[in-house]
Design a binder for this molecule. Structure first.
Ligand code: C5P
Length: 235
């Protein structure tokens, strides 16, 4: 399983994003394009960044009726990204439909990894109980959602690094965990609740870490990225 650091390109527009990527000169980090950039610029930004040689995680977190998600994924397949996702809360049926759409859109030969968001790393037990009326233990919810994703045939889940170990313990070999909620020990947590450091994420078994503000807002983002890679891959 290829382990890697994915930089969250949480920028408002093309120019800011490309200026940021230009700072890396020859280096081509794996990047995540989220809703902010995708809704702002559309598919052309995905094509442009792909042409520059980056691997791309298109973080669109689809959550809708199965028919709509299937058609959406069929269309997204044309972008030929390396990874994309849906919300596990959309049910097994919705995740199966997503996989079907993505596979059909790729002419039956799917290359894009499809993963599911369990619970957002900004949600904690208290919020989950009070706002979305789920009274179970958050860890049980996360493991159940991960198993649902596996049942639907997905490749893995998005979760907190603190949950990687228990998910790997409850799912089959090769089922991956992609983990945001990563901070250097000396950083602010921001709105994230369930966070840890890159080195600890590695120990806990994360397959990919997604890092946004700790790199994008750093005084020297390239140095922060390299620090992350070193901490996470031990390279
Ligand atoms: O800046 P920060 O490192 O907190 O950014 C984390 C990124 O990961 C954001 O782009 C956010 O949308 C994404 N993400 C997350 N929690 C999830 C799924 C995605 O924080 N469960």
């Amino acid at each position: 399983m290829a382990k890697d650091v994915i930089i969250a390109l949480d920028f408002p527009d093309r120019k800011t994003t490309l200026d940021f990527l230009d700072r890396f000169e020859g280096e081509k980090p794996f990047v995540k394009i989220g809703m902010e950039l995708f809704y702002g610029e559309g598919p052309s930004i995905v094509r442009e960044i792909k042409e520059r040689g980056h691997k791309i995680f298109l973080d669109v977190k689809c959550h809708d009726i199965p028919n709509t998600v299937e058609k959406t994924m069929k269309n997204l397949a044309a972008l030929d990204v390396d990874m994309t996702n849906v919300h596990a809360a959309g049910t097994i049926k919705m995740m199966e439909a997503a996989l079907k759409g993505l596979t059909e859109g790729a002419g039956g030969n799917r290359r894009t990894l499809l993963i599911a968001v369990t619970q957002l790393t900004s949600t904690d037990q208290e919020r989950m109980e009070s706002d979305i009326l789920i009274k179970e233990n958050i860890n049980d919810v996360i493991v159940k959602y991960a198993k649902n994703a596996e049942t639907a045939g997905l490749d893995g889940v998005v979760c907190s690094p603190l949950e990687s170990e228990m998910i790997h313990g409850s799912t089959g070999e090769g089922f991956i965990t992609v983990t945001p909620g990563v901070r250097f020990a000396d950083d602010a947590k921001g709105d994230q609740k369930r966070v840890t450091t890159p080195g600890k994420a590695r120990e806990l078994g994360s397959d990919y870490i997604v890092v946004g503000r700790s790199i994008t807002q750093a005084e020297d983002p390239v140095a922060a990225y390299r620090r992350c890679v070193k901490d996470f891959l031990g390279a």
